[in-house]
Ligand binder design. Structure first.
Ligand code: ADP
Ligand code: MG
Length: 400
């Protein structure tokens, strides 16, 4: 199906060859090691992580590899096969969140931010040469940013014998993105990339940071998960994200709660009339029902009733579309078309306004669903989506 853009691996182009070979070619000596961290997809639990709520992501087979070696000076050289900037040279002494790398080198803010966060935590990181390659598509809502941060954090801490736990690694990677890159993300992406395990979804309580590994074997159940990358990112995304956060925090305050997490699902209907702003009511309804959906999906996975999770995914999508208002025509079309073509359920995943949708289907239905979505996008004159299948994969690892 040439027009659907379908491929088994929707990663970046121009990065063939191993990270190890790339490092050797670039720097003229071999790396000391290679580390990898995956992208993630969130099965359910969207826009809950800044409300102290629940999420249920899993790690993708696509991952970002970092080949690295220590240097004897305080220089950090970073290079990515997926970025056009060439190698970017930074002095550890000059890393400053007020002045991250700009222009073509702006991607280097992610690895530089990790080094900065390590130094800022008083940890003994030194200079290093890094070469990055990835097959996680960037900007597709699959968290290539967390994959890059976590792989870098694992590389630098291993190289310098800094023993951090996986959750500590995730927190450090998040700090790099929040404080150095300047993106106000929650803890879900980095936790999924650092802590997920193969064949499991990761239930994350974003308040306590408690984690539960929930068996999630689609293949054994004759199911597939499709990741439909719409390949669009609408400009509203950043502003809308900040507005939603503010709206949620304002509503929690108005209800006298530390966070919307503290409004039980059973008390939602009584609480809503206490909010004067009808928009705030919709936002709260999404967050509270979404937390409930996470718990119900988790129960279904534990019971091996995977198909029954489908309708909850679709319910989650409608809540994001109608109450949270963070979907877009491309995501809505992907979801409605996949469902009409026989999916058990589908939803947008990630922050919204573009990025990817997720669809739970019978393994047998794969061709038909992909064709239906591709045709629908063609008819709507949308950019052809990229469709891949996702199986819950391993979190960050050292490869070499
Ligand atoms: P997402 O995390 O959903 O993919 P983000 O906008 O959060 O989208 O992060 C994408 C950015 O992360 C890219 O624009 C780039 O700056 C950086 N990035 C991610 N992966 C790589 C990579 N392999 N090489 C260089 N930069 C990368
Ligand atoms: Mg990101």
């Amino acid at each position: 199906s040439g027009y659907s853009g379908y491929s088994g691996n929707s990663g970046n182009s121009g990065n063939s060859g191993s990270a190890q070979d790339g490092f050797q070619q670039l720097y003229g000596y071999p790396p000391e090691g290679v580390w990898a961290a995956p992208g993630r997809v969130n099965l359910i639990g969207e826009h809950t992580d800044y409300n102290d709520g629940f999420a249920l992501p899993f790690a993708l087979p696509q991952r970002t590899e970092v080949a690295a070696a220590r240097r004897t000076d305080r220089i950090l050289r970073v290079h990515s096969a997926d970025a056009p900037s060439g190698a970017v040279t930074l002095d550890l002494a000059d890393l400053d969140p007020a002045h991250p790398p700009q222009g073509a080198a702006s991607w280097a803010a992610y690895p530089a931010g990790v080094a900065w966060a390590l130094l800022d935590a008083g940890l003994p990181v030194g200079g290093a040469d890094l070469h990055v390659r990835s097959d996680v598509p960037t900007g597709a809502g699959l968290s290539s940013s967390a994959a890059l941060e976590v792989a870098t954090a694992l590389a630098l801490t291993d190289l310098y014998g800094i023993g951090l736990t996986r959750p500590e690694l995730a927190a450090l990677a998040r700090r790099a993105e929040n404080a150095y890159v300047g993106v106000p993300c929650g803890i879900m992406d980095q936790t999924a990339s650092a802590c997920a395990t193969q064949g499991h979804a990761l239930h994350l309580d974003t308040r306590s940071l408690a984690r539960r590994h929930i068996p999630f074997d689609c293949a054994a159940a004759g199911l597939r998960l499709l990741v439909i990358d719409t390949r669009v990112k609408h400009a509203l995304a950043d502003g809308a994200y900040a507005q939603r956060r503010a709206s949620c925090h304002g509503a929690a305050e108005a209800l006298g709660l530390p966070a919307l997490r503290d409004l039980p699902y059973e008390e939602l209907e009584q609480a809503l009339p206490r909010l004067v702003d009808p928009i705030a009511r919709k936002r709260v309804r999404h967050v509270v029902t979404e937390n409930e959906r996470v718990l119900r999906v988790e129960e279904l996975l534990r019971a091996g009733r995977l198909r029954e999770a489908g309708p909850l995914l679709t319910e989650g999508h409608l809540s994001l579309r109608d109450d949270y208002e963070v979907s877009c025509p491309e995501l809505d079309l992907a979801v409605s078309t996949a469902n009409a073509a026989g999916a058990y359920g589908s939803r947008m995943t990630g922050g919204g306004f573009g990025g990817s949708a997720l669809s739970l289907i019978d393994a047998d239905a794969e061709e038909a669903v992909i064709r239906a979505v591709a045709n629908a996008f063609l008819r709507a004159d949308f950019t052809p989506p990229r469709v891949t299948t996702a199986a819950p994969s391993e979190g960050a690892v050292r490869l070499l």
